[in-house]
Design a protein. Structure first.
Length: 431
């Protein structure tokens, strides 16, 4: 096992390391040239190991053959035919270029070694990492990417487009993994990296009519215990995928009705701390009627019941409005109406129960070539993109290892993509 016990580099410092390596090689830095020279002797063994990798479960096969069959499957081509020239070029370039990429990281100052060995990960499964950096498994930098116009929910309950996010911004996150009791909680996440780059992109067409643009590595929450990437959506046409929506995005509201509701709830409203309930108390009068009218106009579901209200002379009958629809509608009210006093009393999102509102069918996934995309990473690993559960890259490697009891290998490395070959399913996982 490989474990340093050190905190891993965040994704931003990984990018910085790569850029430093590129600059060092470009300027003919002695250290950079030395790294290239030291790796040169290891490359033949490394290439041989990659070509000879095989698995024995569920049936014997070479890794390159499995990759080829996946290539056929992705293009809806007949399997078990002669290797096309396009595949051969892709395979050769993929293998040959990786040692030079590793040299770039080494030139930037990383402690890098090409392992040329297999590591047991559990029953029927082993891993062949590209390399070991800083005594941890490595590594292809692939942050989750969304298009710049994708809306991300912030801690202050406003939606901001991904292209405007910066390192240090706080977003709404949730537990990455579902605990045994099933009680997933909302969390506050902090952006650790955000950068616009031109990258291969896909359009995901949803049953709601929405179209979301992401990279192939973007992680989607598809069930309580499962995440998959854009590339894996609708992999089997007879079994369309569904993705989980947690909230429906809302726009800022500066209308007169929003101002009225903000003032009304600030004066006569209150928040129930434990579950985030949102209430408004008032006697039966014109103000109560106006509040009800604006709530209906803005499509907030609510209930109303009689309630005895205390006043300076004792008590008198009144009415209590309760905003229904769970956290989604209560947060929409706070995010759109923004009553200052109530917002200050709002205890925050951390620890509140988190549940998906609906599973939305994926109708189609289309590759659209390279597009400007935002490489986005969050310290809690999760965030909401257009209301859907989204995840930093690297999750698949971590989860697959955990399911076979090898968690110590990757506990601190889930923020990067490790190109490892998982043989439990008889397939290569490039995560």
């Amino acid at each position: 096992m490989v474990a340093s016990g050190l905190e891993p580099r965040d994704i931003g410092s990984m990018y910085q390391l790569a850029y430093q390596g590129i600059d060092a090689i470009d300027h003919g830095d002695d250290h950079a040239l030395g790294v290239l020279a030291s790796l040169e002797g290891q490359v033949p063994a490394w290439l041989r190991a990659h070509r000879e990798m095989e698995h024995t479960f569920p049936s014997p096969s070479g890794i390159m053959r499995c990759r080829l069959q996946q290539w056929f499957d992705a293009r809806k081509m007949k399997p078990d035919q002669a290797s096309p020239r396009g595949w051969k070029v892709r395979r050769a370039m993929g293998i040959i270029s990786e040692p030079y990429w590793l040299a770039v990281l080494g030139s930037g100052g990383a402690d890098l070694a090409m392992s040329n060995q297999k590591f047991d990960c559990g029953p029927h499964m082993w891993a062949h990492p590209d390399a070991i950096m800083d005594n941890e498994f490595l590594v292809e930098i692939k942050s989750v990417c969304v298009s710049p116009e994708t809306r991300i929910l912030m801690k202050d309950l406003r939606w901001r487009i991904a292209g405007d996010l910066q390192k240090g911004d706080q977003v709404v996150s949730f537990d990455e993994e579902t605990p045994a009791n099933g009680n997933v909680k909302w969390r506050t996440g902090t952006v650790t990296h955000a950068e616009i780059k031109k990258l291969p992109a896909y359009r995901v067409y949803l049953g709601t009519g929405e179209v979301i643009t992401t990279t192939g590595e973007h992680g989607w929450k598809t069930s309580a215990y499962r995440w998959i990437t854009t590339k894996q959506l609708n992999r089997y046409p007879s079994q369309p995928s569904s993705v989980l929506r947690f909230l429906r995005p809302w726009d800022d509201d500066i209308s007169y009705g929003a101002g009225f509701l903000s003032a009304a709830f600030d004066g006569e409203g209150h928040i129930e701390a434990k579950h985030g309930g949102l209430f408004f108390d008032q006697t039966e009068n014109e103000m109560l009627d106006t509040v009800k009218r604006f709530l209906v106009e803005k499509k907030f579901p609510f209930s109303i019941k009689k309630k005895i209200r205390p006043d300076a002379l004792g008590t008198k009958p009144g009415m209590e409005i309760n905003i229904l629809g769970g956290i989604g509608e209560r947060w929409r009210f706070l995010g759109q109406m923004r009553p200052p006093r109530l917002f200050n009393k709002f205890q925050g999102i951390d620890g509140l129960a988190c549940q998906a509102q609906e599973a939305v069918r994926v109708e189609q996934v289309l590759y659209i070539g390279k597009q400007p995309m935002v490489t986005l990473s969050v310290d809690k690993q999760t965030y909401l993109a257009e209301g859907y559960g989204a995840h930093n890259s690297g999750w698949g490697y971590r989860k697959m290892i955990e399911s076979w009891g090898g968690v110590e290998m990757v506990e601190k490395g889930h923020y990067v993509q490790a190109q490892l070959y998982m043989y439990a399913t008889g397939m290569e996982w490039t995560l």
